[in-house]
Design a protein around this ligand. Structure first.
Ligand code: GDP
Length: 196
């Protein structure tokens, strides 16, 4: 059975976790800038510009909160690793992201996006290692699956899994462009957010 699009509504952008309203059940999406996070959130919701709100100047560096009709919530964390950003700013973002991840009791799962075309960057692997060290629940989503040629897919799946220290089957491969893998990921998000 196919999963319905996530009926997400934007709630607010906040500079720190303590500014967010409480939630019973939440999942978060994180990844370096340009990994395809906005495109994926739009695809999950089947909306063209939902995550645009997270891209409006001033909000790219914020924690963006969305809610489902059930009251469960979805968070779009700021993209990390912008090359052109001064070190002090980077440290600030890192503190914001880490603060959120460590201080959100409702957090069920963190979806860490890596670019399926180029594989995880050093910073992606550092992020994954940090989550593992802090016993955070996470799953890797490889984006832009359509950009990997069919003849290279099986090798690439193995490469990405090895680089992330995971098994091949643990990684969700998706394409916001073709819709591949989106249904399965929606189903997983909805299962995780089921309000008990
Ligand atoms: P964000 O910065 O992580 O929010 O990334 P965006 O969603 O803005 O995507 C960055 C770039 O990658 C844009 O040019 C998108 O059109 C492109 N992109 C995102 N997802 C896909 C995908 O599944 N397939 C392809 N081919 N391009 C994608």
């Amino acid at each position: 059975m196919s999963a319905p699009p996530l009926a997400l509504s934007f709630v607010k952008s906040a500079p720190k976790v303590s500014d967010l309203p409480a939630s019973k059940s939440e999942v978060a999406f994180v990844g370096r800038s340009n990994v395809g996070k906005s495109s994926l959130i739009n695809a999950l919701a089947n909306r063209k510009q939902l995550a645009l709100v997270s891209k409006t100047p001033g909000r790219t560096q914020m924690i963006n909160l969305f809610v489902l009709p059930s009251g469960a919530t979805v968070v779009d964390l700021p993209g990390y690793g912008y090359a052109a950003v001064p070190t002090r700013e980077k440290a600030k973002w890192q503190a914001m992201i880490e603060g959120y991840l460590l201080e959100r009791p409702s957090l069920q799962m963190v979806f860490v996006l890596v670019d399926g075309e180029i594989g995880p960057t050093k910073l992606d692997v550092q992020t994954l290692d940090w989550m593992f060290d802090n016993s955070l629940p996470y799953v890797v989503v490889a984006t832009k699956a359509d950009k990997v040629r069919p003849s290279k897919r099986s090798g690439r799946r193995q490469q990405v899994a090895t680089a992330c220290h995971l098994e091949e089957d643990d990684i969700f491969w998706v394409s916001a462009s073709t819709g591949a893998g989106i249904d399965r990921l929606r189903g997983h998000v909805l299962d995780l957010l089921a309000m008990r």
